[in-house]
Ligand binder design. Structure first.
Ligand SMILES: C[S@@+](CC[C@H](N)C(=O)[O-])C[C@H]1O[C@@H](n2cnc3c(N)ncnc32)[C@H](O)[C@@H]1O
Length: 231
């Protein structure tokens, strides 16, 4: 995967892939756990209920990092299904190890650009909730176009989240929080702020503290949660 525009494809990516090495444990998990819990991105629509083998509610986490909070949510809620999308191989490997350790059966993983996965692989109204926790803030103004949460992304979310479902974002970067609030509040046809117009939400109990959040807390950062309900 690279960041160069190609002839057919000019989409600006929200990540720069710096792969890093896999640990021996992660390598092994790709060999033994991935075949059962990983979903290869093939660009086709995925039949999620068939994949999970049930019709339980499905929640998606985009950019799960090392997957600790996704694994924690899946372990605490066996009545739900969870799908995680992340591009960073070592992070995916870390989550595969967790899946095995915790014996999770309600979690599946895709290693690909979430923007493309949303566009090509997720059926309309198939998700009950989507989480976006601490997306890369892209601090510099000239990089703001790389932020994953943009109007088009929110419109894609509107398509895949069922009416009554929700989108939950969290960030420790105030400027990004304000950007999120502006973009989400603009989509009044599809989304309604569950905390009332212009308000942030206190961290819901179901959201575990993430690695980035703990780091932010040590640095004295604030945290902003936004929960928008799909109309
Ligand atoms: C700042 S980290 C936060 C990780 C985790 N949510 C946490 O709070 O610890 C952002 C993550 O999003 C991933 N990411 C960024 N853009 C992505 C995309 N388009 N598709 C999938 N993952 C993406 C990055 O690889 C990175 O792991």
């Amino acid at each position: 995967m690279n960041n160069e525009p190609t002839k057919h494809h000019r989409h600006i990516r929200s990540f720069v892939l710096r792969e890093g090495r896999l640990t021996a444990g992660q390598q092994r998990a790709f060999e033994t756990v991935w075949p059962e819990y990983g979903i290869d991105f093939l660009g086709n629509r995925i039949d999620l209920p068939a994949l999970f083998g049930n019709h339980n509610p499905i929640f998606l986490e985009i950019g799960f990092g090392n997957g600790e909070s996704l694994a924690e949510m899946a372990a605490a809620n066996p009545q739900n299904n969870y799908l995680g999308i992340e591009v960073h191989r070592p992070g995916v490997g870390h989550l595969l190890i967790k899946i095995e350790e915790l014996g999770l059966t309600n979690l599946r993983v895709i290693r690909h650009d979430a923007v493309e996965v949303l566009k090509k692989s997720i059926a309309d109204s198939s998700l009950d909730g989507v989480f976006l926790f601490f997306p890369d803030p892209w601090h510099k103004k000239r990089h703001h176009k790389r932020r994953i949460l943009q109007q088009e992304f929110v419109q894609r979310l509107a398509r895949v989240i069922r009416p009554g479902g929700f989108f939950h974002a969290a960030t420790d970067w105030e400027h990004y929080a304000e950007h999120m609030m502006t973009v989400l509040s603009h989509e009044t046809e599809y989304f309604e702020n569950s905390a009332g117009g212009g308000n942030y939400t206190p961290r819901p109990d179901y959201r575990p503290l993430t690695k980035f959040e703990r780091r932010g807390q040590r640095l004295g950062h604030g945290v902003w949660d936004l929960v928008f309900r799909r109309r």
